[in-house]
Design a protein around this ligand. Structure first.
Ligand SMILES: Cc1cc2nc3c(=O)[nH]c(=O)nc-3n(C[C@H](O)[C@H](O)[C@H](O)COP(=O)(O)OP(=O)(O)OC[C@H]3O[C@@H](n4cnc5c(N)ncnc54)[C@H](O)[C@@H]3O)c2cc1C
Length: 261
């Protein structure tokens, strides 16, 4: 079984700040991490590898320094890594990002593609489903568990919904998007770190993926960020120390005052 995991390098959002004048993210000096949902997606892939045998390749689109999360992924147990990097990818929105990733995936062999549910910086949850659409393969999002039927290529998948869970069956080729609550990702092992340093990352640019340049980077991005801003700090509010029955009455009257109910 061949598994590819899409991983994204994101700023650690606990440290993020926005330039109040330009409305853009201040990335300088902000530590970068592997997106949490993607790390859980990688753990899903590595667990499938442990149980059933598989090759696990990680892929990211980003600047050269995104290499750090690829090395981390290989130190956790991924076999190979691909870095998609090119100035022509710069300024990509989700559609241009998924076009580039799908272009690289078309050049590879895989049975299962795993993405995170969403990235903690962009937060759109669009890239995984868009990749599946570009590749014309089935997708299951919000996955928290996956088991393989050892007799065939059927996967039994647990998907989280607002009401509870759905248990679904699917065959490969398949794309799933994974939630960070799915598991506790393993740590890098000492042996893994030593082997990862010796491994060569495959670096691809726009010329290697045969995607029309009009579909990549800023040119291929139909959405434009108008403004980004932090939520303003709210006042502490009013504190009432009352019994629950009285609290309900107060809340209802306040909501009515504001015409919310
Ligand atoms: C107009 C516009 C311009 C932008 N310009 C820039 C820019 O110049 N530089 C910049 O850094 N960002 C830019 N962005 C943000 C960029 O488009 C998004 O970060 C990117 O498309 C991913 O979207 P997301 O973060 O919402 O990911 P989501 O859709 O929330 O991610 C879901 C999953 O898809 C996978 N995934 C997402 N992105 C990648 C990736 N790059 N590599 C591998 N897997 C991935 C991961 O598995 C992830 O968990 C721009 C966005 C817009 C709208």
């Amino acid at each position: 079984m061949k598994i590819v995991v899409c991983i994204k390098q994101v700023p650690d959002t606990t440290e993020i700040k926005i330039n109040p004048k330009t409305g853009t993210l201040i990335r300088e000096g902000v530590p970068s991490i592997m997106n949490p949902d993607d790390k859980s997606g990688l753990e899903v892939a590595l667990s499938l590898k442990d149980k059933y045998g598989a090759s696990v390749t990680v892929i990211t689109m980003g600047p050269p320094q995104a290499e750090a999360i690829l090395l981390e992924a290989m130190a956790m147990g991924a076999d190979d890594a691909i870095l998609l990097t090119d100035r022509k990818f710069a300024g990509a929105d989700t559609l241009a990002t998924s076009n580039a990733l799908a272009g690289a995936l078309r050049k590879m062999e895989w049975d299962l593609i795993i993405a995170g549910r969403q990235a903690i910086d962009g937060d759109t949850a669009q890239v995984g489903p868009q990749i599946a659409e570009h590749l014309d393969i089935p997708q299951i999002s919000y996955v928290v568990d996956i088991e393989k039927d050892i007799h065939d290529n059927t996967f039994v998948i647990k998907k989280q919904t607002e009401e509870g869970y759905q248990i679904l069956e699917a065959n490969t080729p398949l794309l799933i998007t994974v939630l960070s609550s799915a598991n506790k990702p393993r740590y890098m092992s000492v042996n893994g770190i030593v082997t990862a340093v010796d491994k060569k990352i495959c670096v691809l640019g726009a010329a290697n993926i045969e995607v029309d340049e009009e579909k990549l980077g800023l040119k291929g991005s139909p959405t434009k960020v108008h403004k980004a801003f932090s939520k303003g700090v709210k006042s502490a509010g009013e504190v009432f120390e009352v019994e629950p029955d009285e609290a309900v009455g107060i809340i209802i009257s306040r909501l009515k005052e504001k015409y919310i109910i």
